[in-house]
Design a protein around this ligand. Structure first.
Ligand code: AMP
Length: 210
């Protein structure tokens, strides 16, 4: 059966980086609401225009918009699926249950003091979305993506001020989602500290165990 997995955890916990690797090595199809919303903002779509102000304020984009986006994507996605950054509220988690069955929720946990540093040092590729950290995993050539040669930039919501707002949003609205999956018996908490490879090992071990 094709697995459907949700990746949870605070901003900066490494969800995006780990998701990239799970896609490359375990053949998951990733659906990232953050990537889809940023694409909408870049292209100036009606959804992007609505989402922009919430994203820049570090708040959640309204549930109905994001749920609509996920519904569209799930309808055209086949095989194992990895949801990155969704669900982020109880309302979204309940709606997702109405759309498809979730096998496992992997919650990547990192100490809060480390998150801000990780995020403000983050640089992302404009073309392929790959993520770098200026200190821990810098690109080989400054400002250029190792994977596709695209231009690296700092996301407009990766500033210290917005990061704090995003962490508060996470605590208020997204933490209850972990509890929701815990009660269903499908939550697996993974230590997100250490190297990218160590965290990846922990995640794949949790997936293999089920
Ligand atoms: P991310 O790339 O996952 O860190 O998401 C960046 C921003 O996009 C978040 O801070 C939210 O403003 C918005 N966003 C992403 N996913 C969701 C979601 N599931 N629900 C609401 N807003 C979201």
């Amino acid at each position: 059966m094709d697995l459907k997995i949700v990746l949870l955890g605070p901003p900066g916990c490494g969800k995006g980086t780990q998701a990239e690797r799970l896609v490359a090595e375990m053949k998951f199809t990733k659906i990232s609401t953050g990537d889809l919303l940023r694409e909408g903002v870049r292209q100036g779509t009606p959804l992007g225009l609505k989402a922009k102000e919430y994203m820049e304020a570090g708040k959640l984009v309204p549930d109905e918009l994001v749920i609509g986006l996920i519904k569209e994507k799930l309808a055209v996605t086949h095989g194992p699926v990895l949801l990155d950054g969704f669900p982020r509220s109880l309302e979204q988690a309940r709606s997702l249950d109405g759309l498809t069955g979730i096998d496992l929720a992997v919650d990547i946990q990192v100490n809060e003091d480390k998150l801000v540093h990780r995020i403000v040092m983050r640089r992302s590729c404009k073309s392929c979305g790959a993520v770098y950290h200026l200190e821990f995993s810098p690109p080989k050539h400054a400002g250029i993506c190792d994977k596709c040669g695209g231009e690296l930039y700092q996301r407009s919501d990766d500033t210290e001020h917005t990061v704090r707002a995003r962490l508060n949003t996470y605590k208020d609205q997204t933490l209850p989602v972990s509890q929701y999956y815990k009660e269903k018996g499908i939550l697996r908490v993974v230590d997100g500290e250490g190297t990218i490879a160590q965290v990846y090992e922990r995640i794949t071990a949790a997936i293999r165990k089920g």
